[in-house]
Design a protein around this ligand. Structure first.
Ligand code: THU
Length: 130
């Protein structure tokens, strides 16, 4: 889909900025706000390992800190044969801010798959449980 292509390209471009000297596993993400703006993020690792932040959360926090609310899709790209899905922590954050959006996974060879958040993250805990 054309609008998914723009997101995947943004994710790929952000991946170029990944700071991943410890794992050498470079990830890019991009999400599109309802305003049309696209926010990219890359994984940012740390020598303490545990302070590492995933590409998806970097993209989300950039958008939220710029005042954006409401998103319609998120893309994730890594250089892997098996497409890389968001980790559990990122799924919780994507659900919080994006809800049941399509998650577009891709690799550098052009393989892609789109999964809805409700399938990737069934029975979430969210504000409706409070
Ligand atoms: N990583 C992401 O940035 N996003 C994912 O969806 C999976 C994992 C990062 C975290 C860490 O820097 C590296 O990939 C290896 O886990």
């Amino acid at each position: 889909m054309a609008d998914h292509n723009a997101l995947m390209e943004a994710a790929q471009q952000s991946r170029e900025s990944a700071h991943a000297p410890y794992s050498n596993f470079r990830v890019g993400a991009a999400l599109r706000a309802n305003s049309g703006r696209i926010f990219g993020g890359c994984n940012v690792e740390n020598s303490t390992y545990g302070l590492t932040v995933c590409a998806e959360r970097v993209a989300i926090f950039k958008a939220i800190s710029e005042g954006e609310r409401g998103f319609d899709a998120i893309a994730v790209v890594a250089d892997t044969e098996t497409l890389t899905p968001p980790c559990g922590a990122c799924r919780q954050l994507i659900w919080e801010f994006c809800g049941d959006v399509p998650v577009i996974l891709s690799n550098l060879k052009g393989k892609t798959e789109t999964i809805q958040m409700r399938d990737l993250f069934p029975r979430p805990f969210d504000s409706s449980n409070l």
